[in-house]
Every structure is written in C-alpha cells, then in structure tokens.
Design a protein around this ligand. Structure first.
Ligand SMILES: Nc1ncnc2c1ncn2[C@@H]1O[C@H](COP(=O)(O)OP(=O)(O)O)[C@@H](O)[C@H]1O
Ligand SMILES: [Mg+2]
Length: 279
C-alpha cells in the first residue's frame, strides 16, 4: 500500500543564470497520496515540480519514478505515468476546442479514434466538463480552462498528477470546487496527486501530507497537524496559519482560554469551541 512512486533526492539545482533554486531536497510520494508542496512565491515550487516531471534537468541528485531514474527514461515512459498541470492554463491548452485539446494526448499515444473518444469522454466527465466538449478553448472561463488541462492529462491515463497552483486565480467557490475535484480524483480514481500551493486555508481541509518549501529548502513536513503549529514558525517562511487556527491560537495563548489543541478547520474549531464552553 505504501509503495513509493516518486522519490526525490536533490543536492541542488541552479538555473543557468546562477540562481540556486533548490537545495538539499529529499522527499517521496507514495501511491494514492494527496501531497502538498507549500511555499511562498519564489520558494522553488515550480522548479521542483518540473524536476519531478523530468522537464528540468541538469541538477545534482536523482529523481526516481517507480524506482527508475527519470533522466534515463524515454519521455514517453514518463508521460504515460506522470503529468504536470501548469499554473497558467494558456501555457498548456492549444487546440481549438476542448474535445480536440483533450484528444491530443491519447491520439499522440497511438490509440484509435474509438478509444480516443472513450478516453476524452471519460476524462471530461471526471472534471465536470462534458457539456463544454465542443466549446472553443478561448471562450472558457479561467476555472474551466484549468479543468480542461486536467482532463487532457487524465485522458492519457496518468496515475500521478503534479499540479502547479491549481487554485491560483480562481474565485473562492472555484478554489473549493477545484479542491473537491482533486479529492474525488484521488479517492475515487486512485490518482496520486502532488500540488504546489500557497493557499494555507485550503490545505488542512484536503491534503494528507505537506512539505514546506522556503528559499529552496524543505523546512518542515508531515500531516497538516504536524506542520501547522505556531504562527511565528510559519511567519519565518513567509506563510501563516489558516485563519481559523490563528484565531484559536490567539484565544489560547493571549486570552488564556483553554483549548486542548489548535483546530485547523472550521468543523474542528466548532467542536473545540462547543467543548470549551462545556456543552
Ligand atoms: N528560468 C529561470 N531562470 C533563473 N531563475 C529562475 C528561473 N525560474 C525561476 N527562477 C528562480 O528560482 C527560484 C524559484 O522559483 P520558482 O520555482 O518559480 O518558485 P515558486 O514556484 O515557488 O514561486 C526563484 O528565485 C526564481 O526567481
Ligand atoms: Mg511557481
């Protein structure tokens, strides 16, 4: 069950202009996990995802996909298993319609038209985009574009999705829907997910595992409960606690109200408050 799919062991990665973007990164992603890479702007999230996907090379270290060095795999063998969803959907989508864009991957993999159609229909259904199949890419909303990108990868049969800030640029309801979609893919279709994000409020509701990246280094990792402890520790890495946790933390430490633990979500906070009120 706890089988490692991706294992990253990097000493460093330096861009050609001399910027050292990553240092001493060791992490692994197990089958079926929903993992977050959390970090402020410029912390190295995009660089790390591109290295995991085999797009960025020239680093000191090793990335294994199912035990094999990604730099020695044919791109085809990487893309059969892993797909990266770029932060900006306009960097990913290029065909005229949603259907054509989603069909590009499976067609390129050599499937016949009947199989391509079945895959596209399945992938669009998975991301709630069936009704937009014939719509022009340019007429989609930003959130619909993001979902179309995910469909394109699902249609190729990816078991591992790497997503770069999938909720960035979406409105609050769109953020929530995106996280629910990813949770559904993870739980119901068994897709292993690694997402880069800086949205601390969404993380504890949805993610199992979390790695905090700061200035190219992994500074903490674990479950949301293990990672979100004190506000000052997060401030050091230019992040904060989820709002609800910050409130309860202040009530506990500054107003000296008795809370056993610091809840991270509204639901947990509600239970803790009701308990603290002795009801
Ligand atoms: N193509 C590039 N050339 C030089 N430096 C880059 C390039 N892309 C990113 N960087 C630098 O690498 C660091 C990490 O960037 P990035 O991985 O994009 O962070 P994040 O995705 O967390 O915002 C930053 O200091 C950024 O300026
Ligand atoms: Mg980025």
């Amino acid at each position: 069950m706890n089988e490692t799919r991706i294992s990253v062991s990097l000493e460093s990665y330096q861009y050609p202009d001399g910027t050292v973007a990553l240092n001493d990164i060791h992490l692994s992603v197990a089958r079926g996990e929903f993992t977050g890479i959390l970090g402020s702007n410029g912390s190295g999230k995009t660089t790390l995802l591109k290295i995991m996907d085999g797009l960025t090379k020239g680093y000191q270290g090793e990335v294994l996909l199912d035990g094999e060095n990604v730099l020695r795999l044919h791109p085809r063998d990487i893309y059969r298993k892993v797909g990266l969803v770029f932060q900006n959907p306009d960097d990913q989508l290029f065909a005229t319609t949603v259907f054509e864009d989603t069909a590009f991957g499976p067609r390129n993999m050599g499937f016949g038209e009947a199989e391509v159609r079945a895959r596209v229909e399945g992938a669009l259904a998975s991301v709630d985009m069936t009704e937009f199949a014939m719509k022009g890419i340019h007429n989609l909303s930003y959130g619909q574009k993001k979902r179309a990108c995910i469909a394109g990868l699902l249609a190729m049969g990816h078991e591992i999705l790497l997503l770069d800030e999938p909720t960035a640029g979406l409105d609050p309801m769109g953020e929530y829907r995106m996280m629910e979609l990813l949770t559904r893919l993870n739980k119901e279709q068994g897709v292993t997910i690694v997402m880069a994000t800086h949205s601390v409020d969404l993380v504890p509701i949805f993610l199992h595992q979390l790695h905090i990246l700061s200035r190219g280094r992994l500074v903490r990792g674990g479950t949301p409960e293990q990672v979100f402890t004190a506000p000052d520790e997060l401030a050091q890495v230019k992040l904060r606690l989820p709002h609800i946790a910050e409130l309860i933390y202040k009530l506990k430490h500054e107003e000296k109200l008795s809370f056993g633990r610091i809840p991270l979500t509204i639901g947990e906070a509600r239970r803790e408050i009701v308990e603290a009120m002795g009801r």
